[in-house]
Design a binder for this molecule. Structure first.
Ligand SMILES: [Zn+2]
Length: 75
């Protein structure tokens, strides 16, 4: 099953990505944080995260697979 099928419904308009040009993953934004950062525990980037428009990235970036972002519960 492709994640892209449901992406438009499940992915908010604004997502976050690592500032690193080598990162090709978009995350759900952690709305409880004043900082821009992913909802999932994948943090620790020195360069930080930026908010980006979903539509500009969803076609060529992978959705983060952590359950806090766009993944499914692990089975
Ligand atoms: Zn994530």
């Amino acid at each position: 099953m492709s994640q892209a099928v449901t992406a438009e419904q499940e992915v908010p308009k604004t997502v976050v990505r690592n500032r690193s040009a080598y990162s090709k993953v978009i995350h759900r934004s952690d709305t409880e944080s004043e900082e821009v950062r992913p909802a999932c525990p994948v943090r620790g980037s020195e360069r930080g995260y930026i908010e980006v428009d979903r539509d500009a990235y969803v076609s060529h970036y992978k959705l983060c697979e952590n359950p806090e972002c766009f993944g499914r519960e692990w089975r």
